[in-house]
Design a protein around this ligand. Structure first.
Ligand code: ADP
Ligand code: ZN
Ligand code: ZN
Length: 733
């Protein structure tokens, strides 16, 4: 018998599959093996077994030995590999890297031993004054932090605290160092603030019963912010665990807050494996192993946790299903929901998509019978949704206020802080495109064919549509009101944070954006500082909008709400609706009533009208109608082929070859396409590579058409040219 073995999965950029003689071993696909390779011995994975080989008998080598005593890639994953390879046109190496943690790939990624610090037990019980002087502030800070988090790496401590204070604590035996991080199981010190004895609300109970008892297997749980979706997930998971099955729960990376981790630990203890970016390679591997061996039966994590090595799955939950982070934007590209549904069908289990603001595409699936809709229209304990007030910034300008904050928002801020509550200021700053807007009347330049905002291209001094490549001349005056106050650009988080600090010199203002969250756990630190109440104001970008549950937040300010509305993206209205609803949903989640001030230059836009009254259905109908007319998803698949090369001419020639093949197909199948064109990419050059692209919208025979696209690429891509296919991409740069 012969095995097809793929080797060098860590380093190779191509699939290297070779035949080996199985010799005396009786192995199935999925085993990890050692094989001879050139003069060396290397690691490989068996991906197929056959009785014959094309390899000449005298050339074929024997497998040296299997590494483990069970296959590390189960049958389900072998099938999933095939599915992903075909569906997303991926290389096997790329798929395997998703399945198998870096530690297991026998590659060079060796975990550096990291030192962790923790407070010795005897010092946890004594009053701190007994052993750290009140004046030793630096030592106290470290002590305080370590008692809160239990253990922290030396690197992290040295980045944030005084190194000499730490040395002092270690020398005096108050703090010790170890090579292993102490796990916070099960978050014992905070257990009291995790309630576990909720009586489910009527909506929650109905959702739970429906998911457990329906003949349907796929659900969309549409529950307003604060309706208690998490509790529903937890009950459903408990239920399947009782039946001896396993569960996967996905949340967007940014919502993997200490709170949600703690909730799951408290409820399920060691049965949960947590997979998040805060883990080191070694820690990830430990959690993965616990899942593989069945020690842990619940995987909670971001996108990649969909590949958790669980068997006999009973339920898969995708929370905040509308979140764009579920679509990977770099290679390997895949759709989390499609992978999830592959696993759903393989395991014949349930899948629940949850959101307060479902994507248009998912909601549409409830209408065509693919998903069963479950609604939770009320917040728990009948708490009201926050009241949203719209401020017209054009008028504010007319009144002579040129600043970032309207009078109204300033008033509310002072009231909120005075009352001892907390505020979140959200700066809507998605993408970098510079749309063109009239500051006086709010007019925004849009493409006539696509109804998306135009983008100003400075080098050519024109406005362009990123979807159809239509060009328009740049505006000098507003075509609507004749004003010359044409604006580009956006307000920065830093500036807003500084302004707030001046307004409230005695309060701590926290900032959360791409700049302040570079470090490994930095966003968690900011969130826990805000949760502790030490800081009263949190300023940030979309990161502050997601899933957080801070009971003392009574005010949410939305600066520049329009930013995402005029983003050159067919989903911009949808994204704006989602962002506003989500960020507004952070206010008034406990017994205090919430207030939202929304600042805009386009106060009459339909997105705001529907967001104000929390009318998701109204918004959905309007938006779906637009999509149908303009032939955008869910009424088409938007496909982009991006060709990049350092040699501009080569990129263009290659694109032309691919385009000619697809175009020929389009001539024969005109009904399949709503749009097809080759053009320069909106960002013409990134990191020295020239970028050209083909954009198309497919409205019929998707699978056949997309296969044709892949084939056209395979047959025509030259060396030195890289080519990516993106389907319904999140952005077009
Ligand atoms: P969502 O995810 O729908 O926005 P959460 O799951 O975060 O809402 O729940 C909102 C808040 O309500 C949380 O603080 C949660 O602990 C609380 N909660 C959930 N269910 C109940 C219930 N049945 N009774 C009382 N409080 C609840
Ligand atoms: Zn105008
Ligand atoms: Zn257009």
């Amino acid at each position: 018998m012969y095995a097809k073995v793929i080797v060098d999965i860590s380093n190779s950029e191509v699939d290297k599959v070779f035949d080996y003689d199985l010799d005396k071993y009786d192995l199935q696909p999925g085993y990890r093996v050692i094989v001879p390779f050139g003069k060396n011995e290397i690691e490989g994975y068996i991906i197929g077994i056959s009785e014959t080989t094309d390899c000449p008998k005298d050339k074929i080598k024997k497998i040296i030995k299997p590494i483990d005593n069970l296959p590390v890639i189960g049958k389900e994953f072998l099938e999933l590999m095939e599915f992903m390879r075909r569906k997303y046109h991926l290389r096997i190496v790329d798929v395997l890297r998703l399945f198998i943690p870096a530690q297991m790939r026998g590659d060079r990624v060796k975990e550096l031993t990291r030192k962790y610090a923790y407070v010795n037990e005897e010092y946890l019980l004594l009053p701190v004054d007994n052993f750290i002087k009140p004046t030793a502030i630096a030592q106290r800070e470290i002590y305080q932090y370590l008692t809160e988090v239990k253990s922290a790496s030396l690197t992290e401590l040295n980045e944030n605290f005084s190194a000499s204070a730490l040395r002092n604590l270690v020398a005096r035996g108050i703090v010790s160092l170890t090579d292993k991080q102490l796990r916070r199981v099960p978050y014992s010190q905070t257990e009291d603030d995790i309630k576990t004895d909720f009586v489910l609300s009527e909506d929650q109970n109905n959702a739970f019963e429906t998911i457990c008892n329906s003949d349907f297997n796929k659900f969309l749980l549409h529950g307003v912010t604060g309706s208690g979706k998490t509790e529903v997930y937890i009950r459903c998971i408990s239920q399947v665990i009782k039946q001896g099955k396993t569960a996967i729960m996905l949340v967007p990376e940014i919502s993997l807050t200490p709170q949600i981790l703690r909730t799951f630990r408290t409820r399920f203890g060691d049965k949960v494996a947590l997979l998040h970016s805060g883990l080191s390679v070694g820690e990830r591997f430990d959690e993965w192993q616990r899942l593989l061996t069945g020690e842990a039966v619940i995987a909670v994590g971001a996108r990649s946790a969909i590949f958790a090595p669980l068997k006999n799955i009973g339920i898969i939950i995708i929370d905040e299903e509308h979140d764009s982070s579920y679509n990977s934007e770099s290679n390997p590209r895949y759709f989390t929901s499609e992978v999830a549904e592959f696993r759903q069908s393989y395991n014949d289990c349930k899948i629940v998509y949850g959101s307060a603001t479902p994507s248009i595409e998912s909601f549409y699936r409830t209408e065509i019978g693919e998903l069963q809709l479950i609604k939770m229209p009320k917040r728990v304990k009948s708490r009201p949704l926050p009241d949203i007030e719209v401020v017209n910034m054009c008028e504010e300008l007319y009144q002579g206020n040129n600043g970032v904050f309207s009078e109204k928002l300033q008033d509310e801020l002072f009231k909120c802080i005075k009352a001892g509550n907390q505020a979140i200021i959200f700066i809507n700053r998605r993408g970098y495109s510079s749309f063109v807007m009239c500051k006086k009347c709010g007019y925004v330049a849009k493409c006539e064919a696509c109804d998306v905002s135009l983008v100003y291209h400075k080098d050519e001094d024109v406005l362009k549509c990123h979807y159809c490549n239509n060009r328009y001349s740049m505006l000098d005056v507003c075509p609507n009101c004749g004003s010359e106050h044409i604006r580009q650009g956006y307000v920065g988080t830093q500036k807003v944070a500084e302004t707030l600090q001046e307004m409230f010199p005695n309060e701590k203002v926290l900032r959360m954006d791409n700049d302040t969250t570079r470090g490994k756990d930095s966003h968690l630190k900011i969130l826990s500082e805000f949760a502790s109440g030490k800081a009263k104001i949190l300023v940030g970008t979309q990161m502050v909008a997601k899933g957080h549950d801070f009971p003392n937040v009574t005010l949410v300010g939305i600066v520049d709400a329009d930013m995402s509305l005029h983003f050159a993206d067919f989903r911009s209205a949808e994204r704006t609706y989602q962002l506003i609803t989500q960020v507004a949903g952070r206010a008034g989640r406990d017994d205090k009533v919430g207030k939202v001030v929304l600042q805009t230059y386009s106060p009459h836009h339909y997105v705001y009208k529907f967001a104000l009254t929390n009318d998701y259905m109204g918004f959905y109908k309007k938006e779906l109608n637009l999509r149908e007319v303009t032939k955008y998803p869910p009424f088409s698949k938007l496909v982009r082929i991006l060709v990049q090369s350092e040699d501009e001419l080569k990129a263009q020639q290659n694109l032309k070859k691919i385009y000619d093949v697809i175009n020929e197909f389009a001539v024969d199948h005109p009904d399949n396409f709503a749009f097809l064109s080759a053009m320069k990419s909106p960002m013409k050059k990134i990191q020295l590579k020239y970028r050209v692209q083909i954009l198309m919208r497919i409205v019929k025979n998707e699978d056949e058409t997309i296969s044709t696209v892949y084939k056209a690429i395979d047959d025509n891509v030259d060396k030195k040219v890289s080519c990516f296919v993106e389907i319904n991409p999140n952005s077009l740069y």
